[in-house]
Design a protein around this ligand. Structure first.
Ligand code: ZN
Length: 408
């Protein structure tokens, strides 16, 4: 059973605010104890999921500490039930045909990638870049016309598996680029696209079969399961103590025993560092909140190319707004969210020196993780505009030569 489906497990989503320092850490402790489940952290608030059976108790604890909250989604169970069609009998069903009217399983996403490769062998190749903690293949799609001077773009989804819209958007972009390659602007076709739709396959399968709200991978540490893969990269690993990540295996922000301890993050590192292409952009897709964020996350200081990254992010946000009217905010991780240490984009920016490194939090502000499938295509379309706009921006900025004024 997927947690939260049965009526007996009716759950709610609350928005909690933190008027004082210290209250945030207290609420995080409640999550580690299992009394609540953190969905998202922001600068001054947090979204938490609560089983109805615990609501009175948790309300009492928050009131006692003067932590204000509002009920954002009164019946989460009903929203989870809407998704039921995909989670029932998943193990028995064959991979479905790929489309963007539904969220899909790992098998369907992998067979979609293989079909693209079979149909467009001169543009596409599928590579297994590593194996997960549970032994699953990590499959990456590379799209390239083979021109030597191409620059690289990395795109990944589902590092946090419950963020289902992220692999949907990334596969949509792959499909568009390949099937309409000849109509694409030069700033798109002169790139080598490295696309990893599901960075965390074990976790992704688990969100379809066991717990829709799973965030970590499925590695075992003592009695606990899972590392937050977006805290397991090396740059800034463990900085800011419990504010940036956690050393407690029971926490949903557990960073792992050391940087790159997890096969999934190690595979990303090796693939990026050994690629023949020089990367210009690293785009990691998450949900939710509609924000475009860039380094740093491990410190409140500005990164050296803050203004360039702000401009590139704003170019994306403008294109998104022009397409759908959705307003994506732009800023550094610490500006817009909260400390996050050991993230993939702090690493990609600092270590392989990929200048335009962004984490894009997709829709939605109202449904949170449970974005209705009817919004997949409109989300993917707005992001396509944003990503393509960034490609044009990069080409305008970058001559590709040593003397190029583009950052790094
Ligand atoms: Zn995420």
């Amino acid at each position: 059973m997927v947690r939260g489906r049965g009526r007996e497990h009716k759950s709610q989503l609350w928005e909690v605010r933190f008027p004082e320092e210290g209250q945030r850490q207290f609420v995080k402790t409640l999550d580690t104890l299992g009394a609540i489940h953190i969905w998202k952290e922001d600068r001054s608030n947090m979204d938490i999921m609560i089983d109805a059976s615990r609501a009175v108790q948790v309300a009492g604890i928050l009131n006692e500490r003067d932590i204000p909250y509002t009920i954002a989604i009164a019946d989460l169970t009903a929203l989870l039930e809407k998704e039921q069609n995909i989670t029932v009998n998943i193990s028995k069903s064959k991979p479905k045909n790929m489309d963007w009217n539904n969220y899909h399983t790992l098998d369907t996403i992998y067979s979609f990638m293989e079909c693209l490769e079979a149909e467009y062998p001169y543009l596409c190749s599928v590579q297994v870049i590593g194996r997960t903690a549970e032994g699953r293949d990590m499959k990456m799609l590379k799209i390239s016309n083979g021109v030597k001077s191409n620059q690289g773009v990395w795109m990944d989804g589902a590092i946090h598996p419950r963020e289902w819209i992220s692999p949907a958007v990334v596969t949509y972009l792959a499909d568009r680029i390949v099937r309409t390659f000849n109509e694409m602007p030069e700033s798109v076709t002169n790139k080598d696209w490295y696309i990893l739709p599901v960075l965390n396959p074990d976790g992704y399968v688990y969100t379809h079969t066991q717990d829709r709200m799973w965030r970590k991978n499925r590695a075992r540490y003592k009695e606990c399961i899972g590392v937050d893969l977006n805290r397991n990269f090396s740059y800034g690993f463990g900085e800011k103590g419990e504010e940036g990540s956690s050393d407690d295996p029971g926490s949903i922000f557990y960073r792992g025993p050391k940087a790159f301890s997890e096969p999934e993050t190690a595979a990303v590192k090796n693939t990026v560092l050994n690629a023949p292409t020089k990367f210009k952009a690293f785009l990691s897709f998450h949900s939710y909140g509609e924000v475009i964020i860039f380094p740093w996350g491990y410190t409140s200081e500005s990164c050296p190319d803050y203004v360039d990254l702000l401009e590139g992010g704003t170019a994306m946000a403008k294109a998104i707004y022009g397409t759908s009217g959705h307003t994506y905010k732009v800023g550094s991780t610490k500006d817009l969210m909260y400390y996050a240490a050991g993230t993939s984009i702090d690493w990609s920016y600092a270590v392989p020196n990929i200048p335009y490194s962004y984490m894009i939090e997709l829709r939605s502000r109202t449904h949170r993780f449970l974005l209705p499938k009817e919004e997949i295509i409109s989300t993917a379309t707005e992001i396509q505009s944003g990503v393509f706009r960034l490609m044009a921006f990069i080409d305008q900025r970058c001559t590709g030569k040593e003397s190029c004024p583009c950052p790094k």
